[in-house]
Design a protein around this ligand. Structure first.
Ligand code: SAH
Length: 342
């Protein structure tokens, strides 16, 4: 919905506020699209609600109401014959590399969404809303719920694929012999880097159950023979053997004390002058709208982590023995925050 009327005038404040309040209705409808795989089903041509309901084992009249509501948002088209067709927006939810389907499912489904329901708990107490809602930290929850973990890991891979082009356009992983991706998930980032740098060797490090899941992805990547898989706990130690470490969307999961503990373990693992490469959003010092300000809240409710300003990153580097060298922005909401081990 738009902030302006057709005549170009700004909507009155109550209307604007209503749009903000009802934003979650739209998002939850998108969740239903993602979960039911509607984008895949109508990819080869428009379908009636009955056809879609049969394919997804759902209630046709209710599904119709969800689809109808999404038409003005450009998520689907509705023909005269009541067939619903795909749009560029819906195509972002089609399964496959770079898809946002798993991200919509994990954010709007069974873990992030209930945690956001407890945002007020975090605001009142500073505590982690997820832990309050589920009685355990999210990483423990994922370890016990492989189906949810699979969707979460696919979501990370999908988002990584989205950001990868922008990252490689802005930053070259040159002058590195062995690069270790700490908390690298299923290996989307490290395989994209190895593919572009044929002389580079890689190490993918993550929790045991995630490394188990990464094996098939690495096997399919074509660069598996140049990438070693190691599992462990980055709070206990980070393996040696790399002259540069990349951490993408890791430090934002943790508070300052935990982040310094991880970075100190990276410091121990790296040789002198080894490179530290963080990929995270940097919160701008100005008031401009920026994705980082909402990922920041996602971290507040899910893990107790945060997004950081340049000053806050510099402090983390100082406290863990790294010399801050530079921030390289990319054409995505994420930047490269680079440092050197001293
Ligand atoms: N870097 C990946 C994944 C980010 S999600 C990407 O950008 O796509 C955070 C990752 O940290 C998950 O893969 C999770 O399994 C891993 N992780 C969380 N706690 C960990 C720990 N104690 N030791 C090692 N990895 C951990």
């Amino acid at each position: 919905m738009e902030q302006q009327t057709a005549a170009g005038r700004e909507l009155p404040p109550p209307m604007q506020m209503l749009q903000i309040i009802s934003g979650f209705w739209v998002a939850r409808c998108v969740y239903v699209m993602a979960k039911l795989g509607i984008a895949d089903l109508i990819n080869d041509g428009p379908k009636t609600t009955e056809e879609l309901a049969t394919a997804t084992e759902t209630h046709a009249p209710s599904l119709f109401r969800v689809l109808r509501a999404l038409v003005p948002f450009g998520v689907v088209t509705q023909g005269e014959d009541n067939r619903f067709g795909t749009t560029p927006l819906l195509e972002t939810l089609r399964s496959g590399p770079g898809s946002l389907r798993a991200f919509a499912m994990t954010e709007l489904g069974e873990e992030h969404y209930p945690a956001w329901g407890e945002l007020l708990y975090s605001v009142r107490t500073g505590g982690i809303a997820f832990d309050h809602a589920f009685g355990e930290p999210c990483w423990e929850f994922f370890a016990k719920h492989p189906d949810n973990a699979q969707i979460f890991n696919d979501a990370m891979s999908g988002m990584t694929a989205q950001a990868t082009e922008a990252l490689h356009a802005a930053y070259q992983f040159r002058d590195i012999k062995v690069l270790m991706d700490v908390g690298g998930g299923h290996g989307g980032l490290i395989t994209s880097i190895l593919t572009r740098n044929p002389n580079l060797r890689g190490i993918l490090f993550d929790s045991p159950q995630v490394i188990e899941g990464a094996k098939s992805h690495l096997g399919e990547s074509g660069v598996g023979d140049r990438c070693e898989l190691i599992s462990g706990d980055f709070f206990k130690s980070v393996p040696q053997g790399a002259d540069a470490i990349v951490l993408k969307w890791i430090i934002h999961d943790w508070n300052d004390q935990q982040s310094v503990a991880i970075l100190k373990n990276c410091h121990r693992a790296l040789p002198e002058n080894g490179k530290l490469i963080l990929v995270d959003a940097v919160v701008p010092a100005t008031n401009e709208p920026h994705f980082s300000k909402f990922i920041d809240l996602n971290m507040l409710v899910m893990t107790g982590g945060r997004e950081r300003t340049e000053t806050e990153f510099r402090k983390l580097y100082e406290d863990s023995g790294f010399h801050f060298t530079r921030i390289v922005p990319t054409e995505s909401p994420f930047s490269v925050i680079e440092g050197v081990r001293v």
